[in-house]
Design a protein around this ligand. Structure first.
Ligand SMILES: [Mg+2]
Length: 403
């Protein structure tokens, strides 16, 4: 089940100030008050949209009520929502301040059907918080997210397993969460515009253009998604985030090692972001060709979670090491973890960055152990001499884990 709150910021403002109810409301940034961050449903018929300049919004809707964003209030309401969801299943994954995934499989015995659970949740959200949401119910996260988008506001959409092929057949590929504008354009050039055609596309064609991502795109076109719902409890149990890989051949060249470090850093960073944690200790684990294994760690000035920060820290360790033998195994670990404050970036630019990172993470979570990384990571190491093709992945990943 995917639950997406409707016009969240604006609705919360309308709830906390009854004078705003039923009126066109726009939430504007707390510092940079030049653009619209969110608009209520009453404001939307006037064409008021996120990202619009204030003067334009005023022209379109002279009686628009402008409210300064109150991050703390939104976070607080968000936490109340999560607690409410947890009454129906412990498997609640917070996806953003106003979205969550619920695995209700284990609750069906108690409540009968997923639609009944959705109905109960919707009723309570309305009664206790005065908020409406759109709920999507489907066999997996990809399809549940798609379903919640189908009816707004106050929707409830169920995609039954048997309906999946029919629903996907004519659906534009860009409607799937995780397929961005660039991918849409690239697919279009291959003559693929619908999920149906994506699901039937020849695998070699997709692999040729998207590398390892190709196979996953194919699965997405067919509505296949095996990612589990990761609950808050499971996240809380995370003590360290680490990845290691056994190299197919022993490697002594530092540039080659740097490439593996880059990849491992991205994997660890991605996992850390997924679990909403950052860490103060970075550890590099090395195993020599003769199986001697050792590690070196370094404390960071601040808790880090970005892949480029992790990469920099690990390279810092590696650059100071004198290697007496070729390397057989490499590992990167992030520990002394702390929860990242849930901060909603309010500026569109920041949101875009976060959305991009989230999309990349989504792609990489889906597409096996390596698919996409930000260009700036590629450039970290010299002047284009280390371009890693999208299809590149290290051989022989043996141990990928979170403890
Ligand atoms: Mg929403």
């Amino acid at each position: 089940m995917h639950i997406d709150m409707n016009a969240f910021f604006a609705s919360v403002e309308q709830q906390s100030n009854p004078a705003l109810r039923g009126k066109p409301v726009a939430v504007v940034g707390s510092q940079q008050r030049t653009i619209i961050l969110a608009a209520s449903y009453e404001a939307r018929p006037f064409g008021i949209k996120t990202g619009m300049a204030l003067h334009e919004a005023r022209q379109r809707c002279p009686h628009l009520q402008m409210v300064r964003a109150n991050n703390r209030l939104y976070t607080n309401v968000s936490q109340q929502m999560i607690r409410l969801f947890q009454d129906y299943t412990p498997q609640v994954e917070v996806f953003s301040v106003d979205e969550a995934f619920l695995d209700v499989t284990g609750s069906l015995g108690l409540y009968g059907s997923p639609t009944r659970i959705a109905y109960l949740i919707k009723t309570r959200l309305k009664a206790h918080l005065g908020l409406t949401c759109s709920v999507g119910i489907a066999p997996n996260k990809l399809l549940a997210k798609l379903a919640s988008d189908m009816q707004k506001p106050d929707g409830l959409t169920l995609i039954d397993e048997t309906e999946v092929p029919a629903i996907l057949e004519e659906l534009p590929v860009g409607e799937l969460c995780g397929i961005g504008r660039k991918t849409v354009e690239k697919l279009k050039r291959l003559g693929i515009t619908t999920c149906g055609s994506l699901g039937r596309a020849p695998l070699p064609l997709l692999k040729g253009h998207f590398g390892v991502v190709g196979e996953q795109l194919l699965l997405m076109g067919r509505g296949v998604d095996r990612r589990p719902v990761v609950s808050l409890d499971q996240e809380a149990e995370v003590k360290t985030v680490s990845h290691s890989m056994t190299l197919r051949q022993d490697v002594s060249e530092r540039e080659a090692l740097a490439r593996f470090v880059l990849q491992l850093s991205e994997m660890v960073g991605r996992r850390a972001r997924r679990y909403g944690v950052s860490g103060r200790t970075v550890t590099l684990v090395l195993r020599y060709a003769d199986f001697t294994t050792f590690s070196r760690q370094q404390q960071q000035g601040e808790a880090i979670f970005r892949s480029d920060q992790i990469y920099k820290a690990v390279m810092n360790i590696l650059d100071r090491l004198l290697l007496s033998q070729p390397i057989r195994l490499l590992g990167v670990r992030l520990s002394t973890l702390e929860r990242r404050e849930q901060q909603m970036p309010l500026l569109p630019e920041e949101r875009r960055k976060e959305a991009l990172a989230a999309s990349l993470d989504l792609v990489n979570d889906r597409y096996g152990e390596f698919a996409v990384m930000p260009g700036n990571l590629l450039q970290l190491k010299g002047k284009g001499s280390h371009v890693i093709s999208p299809a590149w992945r290290p051989e022989g990943i043996r141990n990928v884990g979170v403890q």
